[in-house]
Design a protein around this ligand. Structure first.
Ligand code: ADP
Length: 172
């Protein structure tokens, strides 16, 4: 757990090897963190996303794909798609867990040692924030145990509410 660093920041401003994007299934950009990443990263990211779309038709909920980071202070962007929260009866918890796991699969495959995560699904997709944080931390803890190559996982909170609740859970 000491490899986890909690930050209150804009994820596009934090230098790291890989930035995780809370994308949507189209991979064509959107609002929230997705919009911020494409704006700051420039057109190279969208160009690669379009190639992936042509190849496999976007990205399913719970899956992840990797592209260049363009002009961002990173080498890669890992685009994952978290679930929309409906009522908790639509596999939301499993799908959010799968989104984090899919990112860590690519982290392993690309030998990535430092990675930043936003609070996937807790914005426009309205996943309950405490439950999302518990799921995120459980997966991160498990993946840190399984992959000793990872040096640092940044949890980059943009809104005060997420930052405060992560601070509480992590005891900071
Ligand atoms: P989703 O559709 O997965 O809910 P959002 O982008 O709406 O995605 O929200 C996910 C989280 O990203 C929210 O907690 C939101 O506060 C946060 N967020 C928005 N912009 C940024 C940013 N520039 N850096 C880091 N986090 C951000």
């Amino acid at each position: 757990m000491n490899k986890i660093v909690l930050l209150k920041d804009d994820i596009t401003k934090v230098p790291v090897e890989a930035i995780v994007n809370a994308a949507n299934t189209s991979l064509l950009g959107g609002g929230g963190v997705d919009g911020a990443i494409h704006r700051a990263g420039g057109p190279a990211i969208l160009a690669e996303c379009q190639k992936i779309r042509n190849r496999q038709g976007g990205c399913k909920v719970g899956d992840a794909v990797i592209t260049t980071a363009g002009d961002l202070p990173a080498k890669y962007v890992i685009h994952t798609v978290g679930p929309h929260w409906h009522d908790g009866q639509h596999d939301e918890e499993t799908l959010l867990k799968n989104a984090y796991l899919s990112c860590f699969k690519l982290v392993k495959e690309y030998g990535i040692q430092t990675v930043s995560f936003p609070n996937i699904s807790t914005g426009i997709y309205r996943f309950p924030k405490v439950l999302a944080a518990e799921i995120a931390l459980a997966v991160i803890d498990q993946c840190l145990r399984e992959n000793a190559n990872i040096e640092q996982v940044n949890l980059v909170c943009f809104d005060e509410e997420n930052y405060d609740l992560y601070s509480k859970i992590l005891g900071q």
